[in-house]
Design a protein around this ligand. Sequence first.
Ligand SMILES: Cc1cc2nc3c(=O)[nH]c(=O)nc-3n(C[C@H](O)[C@H](O)[C@H](O)COP(=O)(O)OP(=O)(O)OC[C@H]3O[C@@H](n4cnc5c(N)ncnc54)[C@H](O)[C@@H]3O)c2cc1C
Length: 334
Amino acid sequence: MADKNEPEEIRDVIIIGGGIIGCFTAWHLAQQGQRVLLLEQFNHIPHSWGSSAGESRCIRKAYIEEGYSELMKKAYEMWTDFENMTQNKFLWKTGMLLVDKGDGRNVKPVKDKLDELGYPNTTYSSEDLRKHFPTINFKDHIGLFDHDGGVLDVHNIFKSLLLLIDKLGGKIQTGVKVQNICPGTEVTLTTNRGKYRAKKVVLTTGPWTADITKSLELSLPLRVKAATVWFWKEKKFGSYSLDTGFPVFADYNIESWNDFIYAVPCYEYPNMLKLHMHHTIEHSIHPDYRDAQVGEAVAKITKKLTAYVREHFPYLEEEPSIVQRCMTTVSYDS
Ligand SMILES: Cc1cc2nc3c(=O)[nH]c(=O)nc-3n(C[C@H](O)[C@H](O)[C@H](O)COP(=O)(O)OP(=O)(O)OC[C@H]3O[C@@H](n4cnc5c(N)ncnc54)[C@H](O)[C@@H]3O)c2cc1C
């Protein structure tokens, strides 16, 4: 902690925000020989209030968005390097199954991109789907399987990063909220625990970015939205779990991205499937009040998702067991 009476050592770089992006940034900079200090407003890293909340994240090469599939080649190489360096396994390759109906117009461009980039994939007919994925109820669906899709073990990734930063002499301070940034040849940060100075500052503040950049007189066009994840318990143990190789699942048979549903076999709870509906709550929130004013909207989505689960996942219970909140930050044009 910076002592009010003694000037704090001037660090090469202060990283503000101890989410997954801040931790990776601190580690990369420390590897380059920079004396880094990571400041996090909450008392723990990781914690459950930021965008990095939760223990599982999916990774895939199959994207509909322009440019993402191209980036994934490098991303996978970097995950392999990270696993080799730490002698850990963080990425569980389950594959990712995308389904669509009719002529498959939504998965077609994804398949074209996978083929163009030489990424392994398989197309499934309705009959194939029923044979290969007996725990999902398909009707007239077709499928696209991205062989490299999988699940990342976020909790253990955080654990390894904190150790690596420490090993390289990087400092981490939690419970420090940066309130003001004053630029100059040295940057001065005002916090709830005194002042800090650094040659450079990196902001990795996720949903709080619009707040902190106000002190730089920047008005960034960002909106923060509440997101919800639902955990559904299996009726039959292992029907949708990582251990039995259930893939990440996404339903592309949609009219609007508001209806986009995906499921992730997760690390959090061994006998549950994690489900999420994309971009579900339209109105913006302030990140400090994440849980306010979204109850009614969440109830509506839960109802929709429950109907979906009952139709497609026969080995899950009728209702979700756990509902958790998260946040996403989007620009006004997304
Ligand atoms: C429901 C959901 C599902 C997702 N699924 C996937 C997925 O499957 N695959 C995938 O790749 N991505 C996924 N994402 C996206 C991914 O989780 C985020 O991109 C990532 O976690 C962003 O991390 P971050 O470090 O930028 O933000 P955060 O985790 O929010 O970190 C920001 C940190 O900054 C701290 N902070 C902010 N202001 C200050 C301040 N003034 N002083 C000190 N500290 C401060 C905060 O407390 C916080 O810890 C998902 C996101 C959500 C919400």
